[in-house]
Design a protein around this ligand. Structure first.
Ligand code: GTP
Ligand code: MG
Length: 198
């Protein structure tokens, strides 16, 4: 899919105040610093459409971007990072779960996972929550440029093995890098395919 336009629409922390337009929507979610905002910039070929930072906790709100005047891409804050006490750190910020539970236009949530790390409990729990709530999702492995050609497939296989402990099958997944744009075409093709089904 060719990106002809990518425009910031609005930011807020209340799903009921998100754009009312009924165009297909895709949201990027995952731990802080996993590379959600960077991937939005890589996919849209924009340097700073979404704000990124080396420090976790940069994105704090639900950010809507309108792509090609046809669909929305949504940048969300990282879960597991909140200015909350340690004991409740594991919980997903309420407005994030509200967003997923209530946003009717959402076609697919993309759960971003850093390919360098072992499967993290918080990601597995979030995917389980999506599954229990019947919310379609795919996995996007990020930062593939940080692993060698040999270690990357080992990490992906390890992740699949972990997923298959709870899931009947591995959800659709993509291997990406915002640094070298690896996998960006594939993610855009998937969105294009889903847009056409909408
Ligand atoms: P929050 O908004 O805090 O939830 O983080 P985020 O998930 O939006 O992460 P962000 O895109 O801000 O990126 C975090 C850091 O990771 C930045 O320093 C990025 O430059 C770096 N980063 C993101 N994607 C990649 C990638 O594909 N490769 C490499 N090498 N670095 C990346
Ligand atoms: Mg961000």
């Amino acid at each position: 899919m060719k990106i002809k336009s990518a425009d910031f629409v609005m930011s807020n922390s209340d799903v009921t105040k998100c754009p009312k337009t009924k165009i297909p929507e895709y949201a990027f979610i995952g731990r802080s610093n996993v590379g959600k905002s960077s991937l939005i910039n890589a996919l849209t070929n924009r340097k700073s459409l979404a704000k990124t930072s080396g420090k976790p906790g940069k994105t704090q709100l639900i950010n809507h971007f309108k792509i090609n005047n046809e669909w929305h891409l949504v940048d969300l804050p990282g879960y597991g990072y909140a200015r909350v006490s340690k004991s409740s750190k594991k919980t997903f910020q309420k407005f994030i779960t509200d967003y997923f539970a209530l946003r009717e236009q959402l076609i697919c949530g993309f759960v971003l996972v850093d390919c360098r790390h072992e499967p993290q409990k918080i990601d597995l729990e979030f995917m389980e929550w999506l599954g229990l709530n019947g919310i379609p999702f795919s996995i996007i492995f990020t930062k593939s440029d940080k692993l060698t050609k040999n270690t990357l497939p080992v990490h992906i296989e390890n992740y699949k093995t972990k997923m298959l402990e709870t899931w009947e099958e591995m959800p659709p997944y993509f291997i990406t890098s915002s640094a070298d744009k690896n996998g960006c075409e594939e993610v855009l093709s998937e969105i294009d395919r889903l847009n056409k089904l909408f």
